[in-house]
Write a protein that binds this ligand. Structure first.
Ligand SMILES: NC(=O)c1ccc[n+]([C@@H]2O[C@H](COP(=O)([O-])OP(=O)(O)OC[C@H]3O[C@@H](n4cnc5c(N)ncnc54)[C@H](OP(=O)(O)O)[C@@H]3O)[C@@H](O)[C@H]2O)c1
Length: 233
């Protein structure tokens, strides 16, 4: 995908990774549309990104996720890509995590990203990209993170299947499989406390890799070599 002029919706544009990505897209001459939950942060990120169009949404409301895709396509005059950066964690042994928290994690980490990309798939044409952030927990399945890891694994599997569906249309489906990042994400968990974690990767590493992957039509960003993140075509 040519970044200059690319019309890209970023749900989770209020988060550390999403906001840094939006600002980079704007700097590269792309045309981001921003979707986030917190209206004040959303307005600040929009102002830093050439007053890009912005709209609030709540991930629980899957219809609103789909409507946000239609809104973005109308604002931008079409859609070349969607990069979902929404997520929330919870910590604790599975029997101590309530079903309500499990439902919350599944909605935010799996169902909402799927709803955004499901609505976007028919609108994105050849050369476009459907992307979402998963995480290494999907495969590592660490103790005390069962529901977060399971939701990310569900999203990763969904992306793999949709990639097979979209190949014939020439639409790339990108999984952004990140390790621990230096964003304070774990401290914003809806339940429990994170284990002691080493310092995470700088956000700019993720943004560099995502932009390279979008440009290349890649299918995967993951921890690798020679840098901390590798882009797999
Ligand atoms: N940081 C890490 O170590 C790490 C590692 C692997 C994967 N990831 C993934 O990377 C992505 C971005 O995380 P981040 O590190 O940038 O964390 P972050 O700053 O906490 O961003 C999380 C984003 O999700 C949004 N969000 C959470 N719950 C929501 C809800 N109910 N409705 C709508 N939006 C909601 C937040 O919106 P508001 O801020 O507007 O509330 C924010 O935009 C997530 O998918 C996360 O799972 C992070």
């Amino acid at each position: 995908m040519e970044m200059r002029g690319a019309r890209i919706l970023v749900p989770g544009a209020t988060g550390r990774i999403g906001s840094a990505l939006v600002e980079r897209l704007h700097a590269l001459g792309a045309r981001p549309a921003l979707a986030g939950r917190d209206p004040d942060t959303l307005a600040r990120v929009s102002a830093r990104s050439g007053h890009a169009p912005a709209r609030t949404f709540e991930a629980w409301d899957l219809d609103a996720c789909a409507r946000t895709v239609d809104w973005a396509a109308a604002e931008l005059g079409g859609l070349d890509g969607v990069v979902v950066c929404v997520g929330v964690a919870a910590f604790g042994p599975a029997p101590e995590v309530s079903d309500a928290v499990a439902e919350h994690l599944t909605a935010v980490n799996a169902l909402a990203p799927m709803a955004f990309l499901r609505a976007a798939a028919p609108q994105v044409t050849e050369g476009g990209v459907l992307a979402a952030v998963t995480g290494v927990v999907a495969e590592a399945a660490p103790a005390r993170m069962a529901d977060y890891a399971a939701a990310k694994a569900a999203l990763a599997t969904w992306l793999t299947a949709v990639r097979r569906e979209q190949r014939r249309r020439g639409v790339s489906v990108l999984e952004i499989n990140l390790p621990h990042m230096d964003t304070g994400f774990a401290a914003r968990a809806v339940r429990g406390e994170a284990p002691r974690l080493p310092r995470g990767l700088p956000v700019e590493e993720a943004v560099d890799a995502v932009v390279a992957a979008l440009s290349d039509g890649a299918r995967l960003v993951r921890p690798g070599t020679p840098g901390p993140l590798e882009v797999v075509r």
